[in-house]
Design a protein around this ligand. Structure first.
Ligand code: TXA
Ligand code: MG
Length: 325
């Protein structure tokens, strides 16, 4: 199969209507999209990504009116969060209706729903009469793509079309939330909307929870190696870590600092002005760059554990060498 990259919404629409998969831009990372209501189309996502089919997919819609067809009930707090933060990097786990195939949710009675904040993809969703199931558009286990070029690098020849919407503005995946029986917020994955932003809006604390899919015993090892470069990566105090790799070729990823005794060309600062949003936006691109340098080891700093800094630390933690199976 020949993979074409372009910004033609009509072309993307045609492929999707034919039951094919298309790379789509979002503000977080690029998605690998197919008609969420067509199981054969959804199966092609798992094939192209080489992803186990017991790992459920996020369903992308254009607006909350459409959600009524796919979810049973939207808690009051979800509505308030939706008004404040969507379209945007916030995904809601809600009770699903039968309209959503079990393949999309891996048999769960909850479906993950999100309205991505990207003009091209919103226009595309508006023109389709079905929602789009889409995981991140990377081969299973590798770093999520934030440009059309990244998608091509991982999936060239496996998908017919990539809709190029430029570089992702947030740069790491959406925050995933759900609700307990009392409709209090559970935070399943940190991402583009921070826990602080949610707490500030609702005037209450959120509870950190784990995704069942990440606790699945057979997949735990693989899922921990999510977002991982091929090169070994360690997270911590870089001045301390570098002592263990004397004589080795080292690349560093840090917030604002440079380090002595390491080639400057292999030192990557994520934000000169100590801006966590900018750091998040640069993270996956820099991870890919360091991976291409063919160094012996990548040393990354821990970021301030606040706001989107938590999501940066979460992704770096998952990319660590010791977590690769
Ligand atoms: O920003 C994002 O969320 C991107 C863009 C493309 O929208 N998507 C993304 O998808 O990150 P993915 O598949 O790489 O990560 C989605 C996570 C997975 O850990 C999956 O197991 C979980 O969400 N998930 C999806 N549906 C679920 C469900 N029904 N129940 C529990 N977990 C679910
Ligand atoms: Mg992913």
């Amino acid at each position: 199969m020949h993979t074409i990259t372009g910004n033609d919404i009509e072309a993307a629409k045609t492929w999707l209507m034919n039951g094919d998969v298309v790379g789509i831009p979002t503000e977080t990372v690029y998605g690998l999209a197919a008609n969420a209501l067509n199981e054969d189309a959804v199966l092609k996502i798992f094939e192209a990504k080489n992803r186990p089919s017991f790992n459920p997919l996020i369903v992308h819609i254009a607006n909350w009116r459409q959600a009524k067809e796919y979810v049973e009930h939207v808690p009051e707090k979800a509505k308030r969060l939706a008004v404040a933060f969507t379209p945007g990097p916030l995904t809601f786990l809600l009770q699903k209706r039968n309209t959503i195939p079990d393949l999309v949710t891996a048999g769960s009675d909850k479906v993950a729903i999100r309205i991505p904040n990207h003009p091209l993809t919103l226009a595309l969703l508006d023109e389709l009469d079905f929602p789009l199931a889409a995981p991140s558009a990377n081969p299973f286990g590798y770093i999520s793509p934030v440009t059309a070029q990244h998608v091509l690098e991982g999936l060239d020849g496996k998908i017919p079309y990539i809709l190029d919407g430029g570089a992702a503005t947030v740069g790491l995946e959406s925050t995933i939330i759900g609700f307990d029986e009392n409709e209090n917020v559970l935070l399943y994955r940190s991402g583009g909307i921070s826990a602080e932003q949610i707490e500030e809006l609702l005037k209450e604390k959120v509870t950190v929870a784990k995704l069942a899919s990440e606790e699945h015993p057979e997949t735990a090892g693989q899922l921990k190696s999510h977002y991982a470069p091929h090169t070994a990566l360690y997270v911590g105090d870089i001045d301390e870590l570098k002592k263990h790799f004397e004589g080795k070729r080292i690349a560093t990823i840090s917030f604002t600092e440079q380090f002595e005794g390491i080639d400057e060309a292999r030192q990557f600062i994520l934000s000169n002005n100590a801006d966590l949003d900018e750091a998040a936006k640069n993270l996956f691109t820099v991870l890919r760059l360091t991976d291409k340098l063919k160094v012996d080891v990548i040393l990354a700093e821990r970021f301030p554990d606040e706001g989107i800094g938590r999501a940066i630390n979460d992704r770096l933690g998952k990319a660590q060498a010791e977590n690769k199976s």
